[in-house]
Design a protein. Sequence first.
Length: 299
Amino acid sequence: MDMELTQNFLRGKNPCAMGYRWFVRNNLSGGDYQAAMDTQVAAGRVDDARWLLENFGATHSVLEVDHLEADNFVYAGTLIVHGDVRVPGQLLVGRGLQVGGGIRAGKLEVGEDIQSGGAIFCNELLQAGGSIKAAWSVEVQGNVQGDAPAHIRAAELRAGWELVCSGNVDIKGGVQTDREINVQGMLRCGKGLRATGAITVQGLLEVGNGIASHDHIECGNHIQAGWGIKSLGDIRAACSIRTGETLQADGVIAAGPGYGVFAGMNVQMDAWPDCAWVRALKKPEGLISGFWEGQSAFA
């Protein structure tokens, strides 16, 4: 059932004076919620449609289309697209977004899950209240002017190919990719971080659980993991390396000049040989805590 908007109902949400006058002048009172947003978007008033969506919330309606191509698009319910999505401006969805092909958008904000059968590419913002799952890559590069830094936010993120972001990545749960991860800003996730390829982060790398890479791990700031870190290559940071439990690399482990390497931060010292061992090609300089087990551990 569509939500009907009235002037009194709208006024109770304290809209801006200009947006409210436009709403009244265009006789949107008494119409349904989605139709009002469609009219606003068609008139280029995308921020007014965003305000309606944020203040009146998602609906249980479902829109199913073969392809989606528009300058901007706002839908309060669940959007299902069998082919590709091309929205160079803002794509806002109140509930879930399911796409059979790829997604290319300026800003993509979805209240629940995003699922793509191809790649997801955004110019500025990629945000989901639930999970982001892409069969191919996930990439957010920031706008060409550089005044709006790129950002990815979600509950979980899964990419069949690489994850690339020129700004920050903030994931409440875990991150998993079948290729490399390259983040120019900060990467923070509440659970585990796993990549088949290399993990390269220029800002802070902070993970609630463990980090695992089939290649090297390189960070331009601190590396912090609540559990262990395992790399089939090197583990290098410009600042400190801190793990709650174990630390293992097939190559070298190296913190920045003057910084330390800390393993077993969440483990009692008596348990370090079992739960906080450190293994690498050679003993890390500045190893402050943890049980150095040496290269023999790989035999």
